[in-house]
Design a protein around this ligand. Structure first.
Ligand code: ATP
Ligand code: MG
Length: 554
């Protein structure tokens, strides 16, 4: 691909690949996304797999989904299924290339034996503490293990006994014999295999020794013919080891390329922290709509397309990348502005009575589903003499610039008539309980005949036909830009991140499907909750506000 043909959002990895294809260094593009099935995917993972699948698409290659399931203690099929669902939800397809590191356990074992035979690996029987002690530091070289020069025969026998379950966890490990004084700590005789008497979610009790990530990852890439092994920067220091194993085994060598992970403000993304939020019940689960997980975002109503756009927009580089959460929210808003049908809902209702409208009359007004997309059709909106409007749309003593309702003032009801407030009724505490109004019945779909200007438009619902539904007003889970900087990130949780309330809604919001998202006009975007909604009784999650309310506060 020449420079001119390169996709608009080019990045340094695309450039490397283009050049390799042009020079003939590579003739195809095979990438992979290698999650560990020990938690749900978050938006950072979405950056990684959008990049991997996206590159494969751009260069007519393919991307594999490979589960890095080398640590049976933390891994589970529940996570495998959830991860598959998330990747599919964003529209990516691994085709026949669903793989597991555990598929390669037999081969990895043989390769370990091969390295022992070549004198490149040995069984170490130091305690974990001794090993840590002898590893040295960034400034001091390590010390060779007293077991480093065991004979090949002894190593083969011991490794076999390890495999056969003759030793307790932690009593021996298999290490690569590289260099205990290497300035790169990863090359100081790294562990290859450890003993773990734990059943594996796929191989059951077949193994009681498991390969370390570093001994499994590159070989998995090699077996699958991956050409570009793209990972985050913390693996940069592992690259020499990645290459060492491939070279010593003399097998196909993919190219590892590192990029900067995504950091998102007002969010934590470490799986350990996300798991703690779930376990300690700070959130209702991995799919709580405030979580940065893809299951959480889906339940919140974030469209997959918005997340894809976000991943494109933030780009890929080598420098630490901090992205403001508002960038993601803006992608969600943009997308929903296009796709969400408009509906009317009143969250904080006050009653309006139209005195010149017959009490027994109900009109069915036509209202567009999407004002900018007439092809989306209309729905019927009942109108009667009793309505609800939002309390915030009325002020008893409004300033001049308040273009909504006030005593003696006029306002247009969206998709209906212009009304005028003639009287304000209050209860004994002084709270407004009802607004007595009259309607200009000649203003349906047109301006007043006398040319007077009515600037404001407010939303409303017909009191008799409206239904009360549950609404959850979600906000950012953390109120500090970088919760990891707080003494304890738990203290940075936003106490107002979820407010439960109700709304009076138009009939078109009752018979709705889980996951459907609407714009409640002038209020925000709301999605039908997939867990707590019942037929005829939806629960709405606020997906995102209409405008960035945090920008104002800053
Ligand atoms: P942990 O939080 O335990 O370190 P992890 O998030 O790295 O785990 P993995 O399942 O190993 O979890 O991640 C799969 C892939 O996603 C890895 O290649 C990893 O580099 C990438 N990844 C993880 N977090 C991010 C992030 N914030 N931005 C970009 N890529 C990420
Ligand atoms: Mg990881």
């Amino acid at each position: 691909m020449s420079t001119e043909e390169r996709p608009a959002s080019s990045n340094f990895i695309r450039t490397i690949i283009s050049e390799d294809l042009e020079s003939g260094k590579r003739d195809q593009v095979i990438t992979r996304f290698p999650p560990e099935p020990n938690g749900y995917l978050h938006i950072g993972h979405a950056k990684s797999f959008s990049l991997n699948f996206g590159l494969a698409e751009d260069f007519n290659g393919r991307c594999h989904l490979r589960f890095d399931d080398t640590n049976p203690i933390k891994e589970d099929d529940e996570y495998v299924e959830a991860i598959k669902a998330d990747v599919s939800w964003l529209g990516f397809d691994w085709g026949e290339h669903l793989h597991f590191a555990s598929d390669y356990f037999d081969q990895l074992y043989l390769w370990a034996v091969q390295l022992i035979k070549a004198g490149k690996a040995y069984v170490d029987s130091q305690s974990a503490d001794e090993m840590r002690e002898n590893r040295g530091t960034l400034t001091a070289a390590g010390i060779d293990s007293p077991f480093r020069n065991r004979s090949i025969e002894d190593n083969l026998a011991l490794f076999e006994q390890m495999k056969n379950g003759e030793f307790a966890d932690g009593s021996h490990i298999l290490r690569a014999k590289i260099d205990m004084s290497s300035p790169n700590m990863n090359l100081r005789d790294p562990a290859m295999y450890r003993i773990m008497h734990t059943d594996h979610h796929r191989t059951g009790d077949k193994w009681c020794i498991y390969p370390m990530y570093d001994f499994a990852h590159g070989q998995g890439d090699s077996i699958e013919g991956v050409t570009y092994s793209i990972c985050t920067l913390e693996f940069e220091d592992h690259r020499p080891l990645y290459e060492w194993f491939l070279q010593e085994l003399d097998i196909f060598a993919p190219q590892q390329i590192e990029f900067a992970r995504l950091n998102l403000s007002y969010t934590v993304m470490s799986k350990r922290k996300l798991l703690q939020l779930v376990n300690d019940k700070h959130v209702s689960g991995w799919d709580d709509p405030r979580m940065p997980t893809l299951v959480g975002m889906r339940r919140r109503g974030y469209p997959a397309a918005a997340i894809r756009t976000f991943c494109e927009r933030i780009g890929v580089g080598k420098g630490a990348s901090w992205i403001d959460l508002s960038v993601l929210e803006e992608c969600v808003r943009d997308r929903l502005n296009e796709s969400a049908f408009r509906r009317q809902a009143v969250l904080n209702p006050v009653k309006v009575t139209i005195t010149n409208y017959p009490a027994d009359k109900v009109e069915e007004l036509d209202a567009p589903n999407h004002p900018q997309q007439p092809e989306q059709g209309t729905r019927k909106l009942p109108f009667g003499n009793e309505l609800y409007i939002d309390r915030d749309d009325f002020m008893e003593d409004p300033p001049k610039k308040f273009f909504r309702l006030g005593p003696g003032r006029e306002v247009r009801l969206r998709n209906a008539y212009i009304i005028k407030c003639n009287e304000v009724i209050k209860d004994e505490t002084g709270e407004v309980v009802e607004l007595i109004c009259s309607a200009d019945l000649d203003t349906l779909g047109k301006n007043p005949a006398d040319g007077r200007k009515v600037k404001g438009i407010i939303h409303w619902v017909a009191a008799q036909q409206a239904t009360e539904v549950s609404v959850r007003l979600y906000d950012r889970l953390f109120n500090q830009e970088n919760p990891d900087k707080a003494e304890n990130y738990i203290d940075a949780i936003n106490p107002e991140s979820c407010t439960e309330t109700t709304a009076m809604v138009e009939p078109g919001l009752i018979d709705v499907a889980a996951g459907e998202t609407f714009q409640f006009e002038r209020v925000g975007y709301f999605s039908v909750d997939s867990k707590d909604s019942k037929p005829g009784a939806p629960v709405f999650n606020r997906t995102v506000t209409l405008r960035d309310t945090w920008a104002k506060m800053k």
